[in-house]
Design a protein around this ligand. Structure first.
Ligand SMILES: [Zn+2]
Length: 231
C-alpha cells in the first residue's frame, strides 16, 4: 500500500505526542498515513512492553492511520548502522511515502536525535537503486520534516491542528501507563506528573499562537522550504 505520509518514531508514543494533530488532519483530508516505530519502548519507567503494545494499538485506532509497523530494534541502544538502515529502507520502499515526519534533530532523550539521523540516512539511501531489498524498487521521499518534541526548538513551519486537538489528546491518553493516573502504584517518571499533559497543551498553544490559531504543531526542515506568495 502506498502512503502519502510515513511517520518515523524512536518510541511508541513519540508520534502521538508530537504530531498526532498533523496525522489526523491529513487523514481527514483524504491522505494515507502510517507510522513506523523503531523500538517497543521497553526501557520506559512505567508499564511493560505488552502493555505499551496494547496502548499503541488503542492509539492507532483513535488516529485512524492506515498502517503501523515496529522495527523491533533496541530501545536506548539502537544504532544507526547498516543493518538498521536496511530494515528501515525496506519499510520506506514498501510504503513509498511522499513525506516523512521524523524525530526531533536534538532533544532531551538521546534516541530522538539518533532516530532523526537514522530517518535522514535511510530516506536518502532508499533512493539508491544499487542497494537491493528483494523486489522492492528504490524510493526516496520528497521531504523529511522533523517534529519538535520535548525540548523547545524554533519551528520552520507550523501546522494548524485546532480542529483535531481533542482527538490528539485522546490518542495521547491511550498510553495510560505512561501518563498521570492517581491510582497507579508505579514509580513516577518525567512524563507521569499531572503537569505533563498541561505542558503538551501549552506547547500546542504556543505553536498555534505563532500562526494565529489556537493549537499547532511545529516542524523543522533541513532543506530550505519554498514559499509561493499566492496559492
Ligand atoms: Zn521518545
Amino acid at each position: 500500500m502506498k502512503l502519502d505520509i510515513l511517520v518515523m518514531a524512536a518510541h511508541p508514543d513519540d508520534a502521538e505526542l508530537s504530531c498526532a494533530g498533523t496525522i489526523i488532519s491529513h487523514i481527514a483530508a483524504g491522505k494515507k498515513v502510517g507510522i513506523v516505530d523503531f523500538t517497543r519502548g521497553e526501557l520506559g519507567t512505567r508499564g511493560t512492553s505488552e502493555i505499551r503494545l496494547q496502548e499503541s494499538a488503542d492509539a492507532t485506532q483513535i488516529l485512524g492511520i492506515h498502517a503501523r509497523e515496529n522495527l523491533g530494534i533496541r530501545d536506548g541502544f539502537f544504532r544507526n548502522d547498516e543493518e538498521t538502515q536496511l530494515k528501515l529502507i525496506e519499510i520506506i520502499r514498501k510504503y513509498q511515502p511522499e513525506v516523512v515526519l521524523a524525530n526531533a534533530l536534538e532533544d532531551r532523550h538521546p534516541d530522538h536525535g539518533k532516530g532523526a539521523q537514522l530517518a535522514i540516512d535511510a530516506c536518502f539511501l532508499s533512493g539508491l537503486r544499487q542497494i537491493k531489498t528483494g523486489d522492492l524498487p528504490a524510493w526516496r521521499p520528497k521531504q523529511v520534516y522533523h517534529y519538535i518534541q520535548d525540548r523547545y526548538l524554533e519551528p520552520d513551519f507550523v501546522i494548524d491542528i485546532t480542529a483535531h486537538w481533542d482527538q490528539k489528546e485522546a490518542a495521547i491518553r491511550a498510553f495510560k501507563s505512561q501518563f498521570f493516573d492517581p491510582n497507579s502504584a508505579e514509580p513516577a517518571s518525567y512524563i507521569s506528573s499531572p503537569d505533563f499533559l498541561n505542558f503538551i497543551q501549552a506547547r500546542a498553544m504556543e505553536m498555534g499562537h505563532k500562526i494565529g490559531v489556537k493549537y499547532g504543531e511545529g516542524f523543522q526542515s533541513q532543506k530550505t522550504l519554498e514559499v509561493k506568495l499566492f496559492l
